[in-house]
Design a protein around this ligand. Structure first.
Ligand SMILES: [Zn+2]
Length: 211
């Protein structure tokens, strides 16, 4: 089992300006990222924890969910976190045509722009699946894909204690982008234990750099 993604071939040859896997390590930064929200039950509790711990995060939102729970998105932005694009319906991207993939991205961009006024957001493809054609289109349109360097595996049914133990055993290093989810309480409960420990080790928790 590995907590770091097996590097896809695409990730090897794509320049970092198109696909991000790490952020700057200055300030001993760790980049917390949460996919698949906003969720009416789990996102507020996570935001409470982040506020208590003075930590910022990047939320890769599903456009449909953002439209459904606008007050949650407003709170994410108001509390200093960053919005990312995680498609409109969270489809399996390689089952869609290129035009359908692009439509998922653009539709979500319009939704997110209503909340933070930005016309472009980093895009994290559902399940991390993207094609060379999509990567090229991102390059042409000066947009960025956001990947991750460290997978918390919070979607595999382990308990928060098991996950925390796993992360202590193979700790992330400065500059790493942590993949987590806020459509369950698993990562929040894991972070309740880990955030104070990481803070004591000197880590800071900024949002991903804007491109
Ligand atoms: Zn997802």
């Amino acid at each position: 089992m590995t907590l770091r993604p097996k590097k896809m071939d695409l990730l090897r040859w794509l320049p970092k300006t198109i696909v991000l896997t790490h952020g700057p390590s200055r300030g001993h930064a760790l980049y917390l990222t949460f996919d698949d929200g906003p969720h009416p039950e789990h996102t507020p509790a996570l935001l409470d924890l982040l506020r208590e711990q003075d930590a910022r995060a990047t939320f890769f939102l599903i456009g449909r969910q953002a439209e459904r729970y606008p007050q949650l998105v407003e709170r994410i932005v108001a509390e200093g976190h960053q919005l990312g694009n995680h498609s409109y319906n969270h489809p399996v991207f390689n089952a869609l045509s290129h035009a359908e993939q692009w439509a998922e991205i653009v539709r979500t961009e319009r939704v997110l722009a209503m909340f933070d006024g930005r016309t472009r957001h980093r895009f994290r493809p559902p399940r991390g699946v993207f094609s060379p054609a999509l990567a090229l289109r991102f390059a042409w349109s000066h947009r960025n894909l956001a990947y991750w360097s460290y997978d918390s595996l919070d979607y595999q049914g382990r308990t928060p204690d098991e996950l925390a133990a796993q992360l202590r055993q193979r700790p992330p290093v400065a500059g790493e982008v942590l993949l987590m989810h806020d459509d369950s309480d698993c990562s929040r409960r894991m972070l309740e234990a880990l955030l104070p420990e990481w803070r004591a080790q000197g880590f800071t928790f900024p949002v991903l750099p804007v491109h």
